[in-house]
Design a protein around this ligand. Structure first.
Ligand code: THU
Length: 297
């Protein structure tokens, strides 16, 4: 699942990356298996008010607007009508267009304050809500509202985002699926060996990484270190699991990545998957890197 960003002003990357993971999870929850994309505009209250007035005749600001591109029959969603989605296939994007989402950052911030949770959680909620609309869900009638809410909760809790403090456990399946998606963004024109990683921090955040090669070869960075560098630079230092995805052969972390990860989480669980998810194996960093180098004593 790809998001095409349309930002009216610069937006913090941690909000955007959680929204990207939430979008992927939303289509996975719906059981959509072919590639999709949606456009997401982030604007202020004045801009969303203008759109609300133009398209809905309501001269007031709001948190989110959804413009589905697929005409779903009443009461039907993408999981029952995958062929409708396929008609939206966009050759240039190599994916099916779900529609447009517009989110007001002013509203997002105010609602996060009001509910006493993070802006990241609010961003994920608003996007998942809107994507549910793009996939055919609605909340006009009591019954359909319950189903839509259940779908939203299923998506958010798979990502460890819950109403309660602390969050839910993120399943290995979610992390493996995110690692597989991250692998699609690999830049590996020299080795043709794409690698993806999804790193789960103890504070609940998930950081994705892919290998990024370089013409000098030596400047190449592995997927595991890309994920960890992103995480540490965003303030996360404790991790419990890293999922790693490769194509045809198992991609256990190289020696440099093992040493690099042991700096922060010497006993992190390491799960590897290859062959389109057909194979999964796991170990711990302690097992695959005994006697790591330490500057102590
Ligand atoms: N690679 C990783 O991303 N992680 C590892 O732990 C081992 C190797 C990448 C680096 C390079 O782009 C490609 O795999 C082939 O070595």
């Amino acid at each position: 699942m790809k998001l095409e960003w349309n930002l009216d002003f610069p937006v913090e990357s941690s909000l955007l990356s959680l929204m990207e993971s939430a979008a992927s999870q939303a289509v996975r929850t719906e059981g959509i298996t072919f590639p999709c994309y949606a456009s997401v505009r982030i604007c202020d209250d004045a801009a969303i008010q203008e759109l609300n007035r133009m398209y809905r005749g309501l001269d007031q600001s709001t948190d989110v607007l959804s413009f589905p591109s697929v005409q779903w029959p009443q009461g039907r969603t993408a999981r029952q009508q995958p062929e409708r989605l396929k008609r939206e296939y966009d050759e240039m994007m190599g994916a099916c267009f779900l529609g447009d989402v517009v989110i007001s950052l002013d509203h997002l911030k105010a609602q996060a304050r009001e509910f006493g949770h993070s802006q990241q959680r609010e961003a994920a909620y608003l996007l998942v809500h809107s994507l549910c609309h793009l996939m055919g869900y609605d909340h006009m009638e009591e019954e359909e509202k319950k189903i839509m809410r259940a779908r939203e909760e299923e998506t958010l809790s798979a990502l460890g985002i819950t109403r309660e403090e602390g969050g839910a456990a993120v399943s290995d399946e979610t992390l493996l699926a995110l690692a597989r998606e991250a692998m699609e963004r690999s830049y590996s024109p020299y080795s043709h060996y794409p690698v993806g990683a999804a790193l789960h921090a103890k504070d609940g955040r998930i950081f994705l990484g892919c290998n990024i090669e370089n013409a000098s070869f030596g400047a190449t960075i592995c997927a595991e270190r890309t994920a960890m560098v992103k995480a540490v630079s965003e303030g996360a230092r404790e991790f419990d699991v890293i999922a790693i995805s490769t194509k045809d052969t198992p991609g256990w972390p190289c020696g440099i990545c093992r040493q690099f990860m042991s700096e922060f989480s010497p006993n992190i669980r390491v799960i590897v998957t290859w062959g389109d998810g057909a194979h999964v194996e796991e170990s711990t960093l302690g097992q695959i890197l005994p006697h790591q180098f330490e500057l102590k004593g």
